[in-house]
Structures are given as C-alpha cells and as structure tokens.
Design a protein around this ligand. Structure first.
Ligand SMILES: [Zn+2]
Length: 81
C-alpha cells in the first residue's frame, strides 16, 4: 500500500509528505482508505478504496446508482470534509 497525503489548507491530494505542491502549506495528513474525495472539475464524489503506484481507486456511483470503481491520478483529487 502506497502512502499519499492531502493538504489541510487547499485539500489537494499529493505524494509529497513535507510541503504541499500547490499552496506550499506544511500541514499535511495521510489520505486513508474510505476517505471521501471529489474529482476536481466534476461532480464525482467517492471514497478511497485503494492507493497504489501513485494512483487512487475511488468507489463511486454512476447515474443508475450502481457502484463503480475508477482509477484516478493524485492531481485529479481533492479531499472532502
Ligand atoms: Zn495545499
């Protein structure tokens, strides 16, 4: 299981564990399994299912409310509260 982090300030998901790539914030937390995330620029929301090789599998639902698993790059994701 690979570790990825998110920034407390801007909520972006990053591989860096020292400083945020986007806002340079230093308040980072590990992104854990089942954490709620949003795919930036979309209305897609889901939960972290698996983190591997710099990609995150998200469990989400499609228009028919069926469960769907999709893989996203870290840059596409934002942590939800
Ligand atoms: Zn940030």
């Amino acid at each position: 299981m690979d570790r990825v982090y998110y920034c407390i300030d801007c909520k972006r998901v990053i591989a860096n564990d020292k400083v945020c790539d986007y806002c340079k914030g230093e308040d980072l937390k590990q992104l854990t399994i089942k954490a709620p995330v949003n795919v930036i620029g979309t209305k897609i929301k889901g939960k972290v299912l698996k983190i591997k090789a710099g990609k995150v599998n998200i469990l989400t639902r499609n228009e028919a409310n069926e469960k769907v698993i999709k893989e996203y790059e870290l840059e596409q994701l934002k942590k939800l509260l």
